[in-house]
Structures are given as structure tokens and as C-alpha cells.
Design a protein around this ligand. Structure first.
Ligand SMILES: [Zn+2]
Length: 511
């Protein structure tokens, strides 16, 4: 097993307003980062913002600011997202940082030096008022897709990356690394695209000024994707030979929305191969969200604001819903009603109830002191086996980035633990003094199931898991610092300690 794990979100375009899509990618990465930390790995988790380009330049001009001033102002929209959503990122990168300029220019120089980047001429349909190029396919009725005005054919000198040269190397890379692109269906799309032939890629513009200059080529600015993708190296200190770079590169996983998979699975490995840097180990493309059955759009006014969701329901419920609702990789539909229903019926009623009712009985029958488990009966063995199997199932699901499977396994386990309490009837055992040992064993097992569940839930609902953890494992540190190997074995609950009489794991959401 690899002892390190490097995971990244895409960098978010700073001129956008954060919405459910940004939150989704970041939360998914956070859950994986937390899981791998629990497995004892050294984790590096990078997120950040893409701050160059036309739109920032224009918005800034409209506001009478420099692009950098505007970026400094709006970056907080994204930086604030990480504490709001309980994100445990290691670092936050901005493409306007000087270290990123050095990194992009160094990578560019490498490919320029070996002839993979050459000076040519870019030709496209140009909208003069928008100062933007469009491809034939992007035009709408032959006009600019943004403003609807007429476009003209224009040429400008541009540096090109010799992508065509990498077709075979990319195809054999995909063959040798069958898990590089996930899910499988997306992998097939990418392979078909590359098999169809690759055109060289324009990687600079003279019509743009807000960006990283091409080294020793005044007037040329490095174009969007070349700049943006390189952040994954910059984050670790490239081109300096830092310890982070040696420890964490190649990245284990670039998490992306399906719309930007091609850039990550085709262009990025080719840029790296050309520069003599190892390509990443994996790219996972997730699906999109509709909102209450409709496409999310500004004009419909149904854009989901993650800050508002957290204010209304808390980060745990929002995180839980996003990762529980759909098979990760497929599209899903966001519905507040469904979010509330799932949070209440699964987090409050099942998970919360298991712990809270057992603590109540522990208080009543044992003055809140955890009894030691005695002779094991078949029902106990079934429950502890289920706990072990659930931990293994969650691990397998997290390895295949199937959050929905991991979460449904935990909820199923919690359901079984509640059924265990129901069928062993501690309230009946309590009436018969000769059954006192049996009563103690049953309560111990129910609490132990809750303790295991708190560990397994912690990557997705860190706050609720922490409340359970500090209740059941007082003095054992935070659940974030817990290790599956050390803390995850059945029987880890300490007998003889005194627990509180109640614990509100997850307050019910009122509607
Ligand atoms: Zn236009």
C-alpha cells in the first residue's frame, strides 16, 4: 500500500460565484482525504483558485480595478468555502502567486527547449467587442455566443503544444494504467477521443494581457489550461526539488467535473510527459446536479448557494446528502426536501438514536459506567461480525470512490445495531437481576457499534462523528486523528469509564 495520498480539486475560476458544483467536488475530495488519513497515510490535499484570463481582466476594468485587486477581493468567496464546509485541505493555491509563475514558465521552457512547443499562427472567429476567439462549433447562428454580434476570422501568432505527437504515448499510458481514468465509461470516451486523432494545442495568446508571460517572448501570455493545470505541481513546490514534491508527486487523484475531464486526462499527462515529469496516477470525473428536477442556471434563479445550505442545515447534513444521494460519477438531482428527509431519517433517527437511547439505558441501569462484556451469544457475534464487515466494505468503497456505497453500508450497520437493541430487549433484561451480566453485554455491544459507526462516518459527517467520538472515547483525541488500525477494531470501547447520560449526535431539522 502506498503510504502517501495526494488529492486535488480543480482550481475554481475566481470570477464565478461558488455553487453546488464547487462544493460537491471539494467535499468529495475532503471525504477521501480524511479517509486516507484515518488509514495512517500522509495526505496532501490541495484546492485553490484560477485567477487569470479574459473574464477577470474585463470585470476588473468595469469596476475600475486592476485584475489583481479584483482577484484579491473575490478569492475570499472561495477561501471562505473551506471552513464553511468543514474542509481539511492542506493548502490553498492561487495562480497569481509568484511561485506559480515560476512553475508554469519552467514547465513551458522544458517543452519549448525540446521542440514540443513551437511558434505558429492561431486562427479563429473573433468577436471584437468581446475580444474573444470562438471555434466554428461554438458560434451560435454564425455569431458570437456571448453577445450575439457578428464575428470575423482573425489570425494571431501563437505558441502551440505538439499534442499530435503524444497520441500513441497517451494510448499506451491508458492501457498500462487502466485505473487512470475513472469511472470506466468516461475512460472509454477519452480513449475514443484520443484514437480519433489529436490536433496541436494553442497555448498562448497575444490578445490577452492578464496571465503568465511566455518566457522571453514579449506580448505572449500563456493560455488558460496550460497555466491552470500546472497548479497541481506548483502546490508541491515545483520547480524546486522540495520534500513535498518528492513525497507526493505523482498525484494520486485529480477530482474533476466531467466537463473538464479531457483537459486532465489528455492535455495534462501530455504536458508532463513532454517536460519529463511523471503523469498523475488517477483522474476521477464526477457527474452534475440538477436542482429540483431542473437544470441549474442563473436565469432560472435556482443556483444552489453552498453557504446558504450550511446556514440552513449545517455542513454535515449538506455533505452527507451530496455523497449519499447518487452513485458517485453519475448525475444527481438536488432537492432540499430530500436532504432534510435523509438527514432526519438516517442521521438523526438511526445514527443518533442508537447512541442516545443506549446512553439513556446505561444511565438508568449502570449509573452511566460502561460494563465489561461477558459471555458472547449468537446475536452479539452477528453484530460484531457486521461491524468488521462494514469497515471492510467502507474501505473497499472508498478505494473505488463510491461514497454512496460506503454510506449505505454504515447506515445498514446502524440499522442492524438498532435491531439488535430491539430484539435483545435490555428493558426486559433489566427486570431480572439474574440477567444483569447479559444486560451489560448488550449495552456494551450497542455502544461499541455506535463507536465504530462514528469512526466510519467521520470522513463525511465530521462534526456529528466528533460528538459521538468524544462521548464514547473520552481522552482518545479527536476523531480526525483516530486511526482505523488502532481504533477501529471491535472491542475498543473501554469498560469502566463513565459516559454522559445523553448525546445529541444530530439535531433533527425542523421543517
Ligand atoms: Zn461577442
Amino acid at each position: 500500500m502506498r503510504e502517501t495520498f495526494y488529492i486535488t480539486t480543480p482550481i475554481y475560476y475566481v470570477n464565478d460565484v461558488p455553487h453546488i458544483g464547487h462544493a460537491y467536488t471539494t467535499i468529495a475530495c475532503d471525504a477521501l482525504a480524511r479517509w486516507h488519513r484515518m488509514k495512517g497515510k500522509k495526505v496532501y490535499f490541495l484546492t485553490g483558485t484560477d485567477e487569470h484570463g479574459e473574464k477577470v481582466q474585463k470585470s476588473a476594468a468595469r469596476k475600475g480595478m486592476t485584475p489583481r485587486e479584483l482577484a484579491d477581493q473575490v478569492v475570499t468567496n472561495f477561501q471562505g468555502l473551506t471552513p464553511a464546509l468543514s474542509i481539511s485541505n492542506t493548502a490553498f493555491i492561487r495562480t497569481t502567486e509568484p511561485r506559480h509563475y515560476a512553475s508554469v514558465q519552467e514547465l513551458f521552457r522544458k517543452s519549448l527547449g525540446n521542440g514540443d512547443i513551437y511558434l505558429g499562427e492561431y486562427e479563429g472567429w473573433y468577436c471584437v467587442p468581446d475580444e474573444a476567439y470562438w471555434t466554428e462549433l461554438q458560434l451560435e447562428g454564425g455569431n458570437c455566443p456571448t453577445c450575439g454580434r457578428a464575428v470575423e476570422k482573425r489570425k494571431e501568432p501563437s505558441y502551440f503544444f505538439r499534442l499530435s505527437k503524444y497520441q500513441d504515448r497517451l494510448l499506451s499510458f491508458y492501457r498500462e494504467n487502466p485505473r487512470f481514468i475513472r469511472p470506466e465509461s468516461r475512460r472509454n470516451e477519452v480513449v475514443a477521443f484520443v484514437e480519433g486523432g489529436l490536433n496541436d494545442l494553442s497555448v498562448s495568446r497575444t490578445s490577452l494581457t492578464w496571465g503568465i508571460p511566455v518566457p522571453e517572448a514579449p506580448g505572449h501570455v500563456i493560455y488558460v489550461w496550460y497555466d491552470a493545470l500546472t497548479n497541481y505541481l506548483t502546490g508541491l513546490g515545483y520547480p524546486s526539488k522540495t520534500e513535498d514534491l518528492a513525497t507526493f508527486w505523482p498525484a494520486d487523484l485529480h477530482m474533476v467535473g466531467k466537463d473538464i475531464l479531457r483537459f486532465h486526462a489528455v492535455y495534462w499527462p501530455a504536458f508532463l510527459m513532454s517536460a519529463g515529469v511523471a503523469p498523475p496516477r488517477g483522474v476521477f470525473a464526477h457527474g452534475w446536479w440538477t436542482v429540483e428536477g431542473q437544470k441549474m442556471s442563473k436565469s432560472l434563479g435556482n443556483v444552489v448557494d453552498p453557504y446558504e445550505m450550511v446556514r440552513k442545515y449545517g455542513a454535515d447534513a449538506f455533505r452527507y446528502f451530496l455523497l449519499r444521494e447518487v452513485s458517485f460519477g453519475l448525475d444527481g438531482d438536488f432537492s432540499e426536501k430530500e436532504l432534510v428527509r435523509r438527514a432526519n431519517s438516517e442521521l438523526a433517527d438511526k445514527l443518533g438514536n442508537l447512541l442516545n437511547r443506549t446512553l439513556g439505558m446505561l444511565g438508568k441501569y449502570f449509573a452511566s459506567v460502561v460494563p465489561a462484556p461477558e459471555a458472547e451469544e449468537p446475536a452479539d457475534a452477528v453484530l460484531s461480525r457486521c461491524g468488521r464487515e462494514t469497515a471492510a466494505a467502507v474501505d473497499a468503497a472508498m478505494e473505488e470512490v463510491a461514497f454512496h456505497k460506503a454510506l449505505s453500508a454504515v447506515i445498514e450497520f446502524v440499522t442492524k445495531a438498532n435491531e439488535y437493541v430491539q430484539s435483545t430487549e435490555p428493558w426486559t433484561l433489566a427486570k431480572d437481576p439474574s440477567k444483569r451480566e447479559r444486560l451489560g453485554t448488550v449495552l456494551y455491544n450497542a455502544l461499541e457499534a455506535a463507536r465504530i459507526a462514528s469512526l466510519l462516518m467521520s470522513p463525511v459527517t465530521p462534526a456529528a462523528a466528533q460528538r459521538m467520538w468524544e462521548t464514547l472515547a473520552p481522552g482518545a483525541g479527536t476523531v480526525e486523528g483516530a486511526l482505523l488500525g488502532k481504533n477501529g477494531a471491535w472491542g475498543g470501547l473501554q469498560a469502566g469509564i463513565t459516559l454522559p447520560k445523553a448525546c445529541i449526535v444530530f439535531p433533527k431539522i425542523e421543517t
